[in-house]
Design a protein around this ligand. Structure first.
Ligand code: FDA
Length: 396
């Protein structure tokens, strides 16, 4: 039976990075995946341009940008494998990139360049990869692990689980990582789709549907958490970066609040219109600062029609409130079908933050999305995949 020092399950971002690092240390490494190609999510990420890291995914700035039952857990790996280190590899491979916004780095060309780079580094590190291979069983004895694969059986000293979360099952996501964690006695935290569009009950949705395709810059908040980024109305509900971000914090039954005029004093706009153009319909006034259709919907919702000149201070304050703090109650999300990531996973209490090794199972490691560490939108999740994969690759 072939024996490897390290077997890694899952050839996504975290698994490929772990394989490179373990291979560089001279370990014999086998990387196994059931998909036809490695790094499928990298290929489709960032709208095909791969937002491969965020310059702010550092220990000081990234402190509150990773969600977990223990948000400090991610900091050890993030401090040792920094965005600069990944950027250096990208530069070495001649891949050009740009900062789009908020520290988000995207390839200038196709995302597949990142896959080509990782596959090249894997080759240099002597990694063996087998694709289209099912993992049928995993067992452990005193000397290490034994795996039955659909193509062969192998043994290894260290096993790194990098099978990702549940998002986008169509792309090969399975619950294998969670099953293995449970099999070896590690605890799991509740999982839920995150970075996902939010949906609405039929009545509200019918109104929102009319706005499908409209985008607005907005501040979307849930309690004290706020994101200022684009908001997009779709025929299923709300999407766009600000909504994806808040979806990681939102829970069933909660409302979200939308400030549709982040950098304007809505009260000032309304009072100035009442003074200068009192005969204008209030919806027309709102339509001067927001898309017409959206202005109409807001006016209808408030049941406020008529000339702005007839609006009392109290009524204008109600309009202002709607523009600055529009309260919406989603009923759910689009779920794992479209979620970019899975919130929750392998409980960090059972992992060593430095190595990502299971505290009570020597030689077993969990990296990437399968762990209860979820980043903000904007390159944070890949940085976690690189950093955690690197950390386990150093130790396994
Ligand atoms: P990942 O899911 O990448 O890899 C897991 C691997 O395990 C897969 O290759 C899968 O086939 C394999 N596997 C699963 N079950 C298996 C089984 N039973 N047997 C064998 N193999 C199995 N993040 C970011 O930072 N910037 C971005 O631009 C984007 N963009 C983006 C777009 C879209 C559409 C999605 C869905 C997600 C993103 N993300 C992102 C998130 C990012 O893709 C994600 O955080 C990482 O891919 C997680 O890396 P992992 O290696 O942990 O899992």
């Amino acid at each position: 039976m072939p024996h490897y020092d390290v077997v890694i399950l899952g050839a996504g971002a975290a698994g490929m990075m772990a394989s490179i690092e373990a291979g560089r240390r001279g370990r014999s490494v086998l990387l196994v995946d059931h998909a036809k190609y490695a790094g499928e999510k990298i290929r489709i990420s960032g709208g095909g341009r791969c937002n491969f890291t965020n310059v702010n995914a550092t220990v000081d700035k990234g402190r509150d940008r990773f969600l977990s039952q223990n948000p400090r857990f991610a900091l050890s790996a993030l401090s040792r494998y920094t965005p600069e280190m990944f950027i250096a590899m990208v530069r070495d491979h001649g891949i050009t990139f740009h900062e789009k916004t908020l520290g988000q780095l995207f390839c200038d060309g196709p995302a597949t360049q990142i896959n080509t780079m990782l596959l090249g580094e894997m080759r240099k590190a002597g990694v063996t990869m087998v694709l289209e291979t099912e993992i049928e069983s995993v067992s452990k004895d005193d000397t290490g692990f034994a795996l039955r694969l659909s193509t062969s059986s192998v043994t290894c000293e260290s096993l790194i689980v990098a099978t990702g979360g549940k998002s986008i099952p169509k792309m090969g996501a399975t619950g294998l990582g969670y099953q293995l964690a449970a099999q070896f006695g590690l605890r799991l935290t509740d999982t839920r789709p995150a970075l996902v569009p939010l949906t609405f009950e039929t009545g509200a949705l019918d109104k929102l549907k009319e706005l499908s395709g409209i985008a607005a810059d907005a501040i979307v908040s849930h309690g004290k958490t706020k994101f200022e980024e684009a908001l997009l109305f779709t025929h299923r509900g709300l999407s766009g970066p600000s909504i994806l971000q808040i979806s990681s914090y939102w829970r069933e039954g909660d409302a979200i609040e939308v400030d549709l005029l982040p950098h304007q004093d809505a009260g000032e706009v309304l009072r100035a219109a009442r003074q200068a153009t009192p005969r204008l319909q209030v919806q027309t006034v709102i339509g001067s600062v927001l898309p017409q259709k959206l202005a109409r919907l807001l006016g209808d919702e408030l049941d406020m029609t008529g000339m702005v000149g007839d609006f009392s201070d109290k009524k204008l304050a109600q309009v202002e409130q709607k523009l600055k703090a529009w309260s919406l109650k989603p009923v759910g999300s689009e779920g794992y079908r479209t979620a970019e990531v899975t919130l929750g996973g392998v409980d960090t209490r059972d992992l060593d933050a430095k190595t990502l090794g299971a505290r009570d199972v020597p030689g077993l490691y969990f990296v990437g999305e399968v762990v209860d560490v979820t980043g903000w939108l904007g390159g944070y999740n890949f940085q976690w995949a690189w950093a955690s994969g690197w950390a386990a690759g150093q130790a396994a």
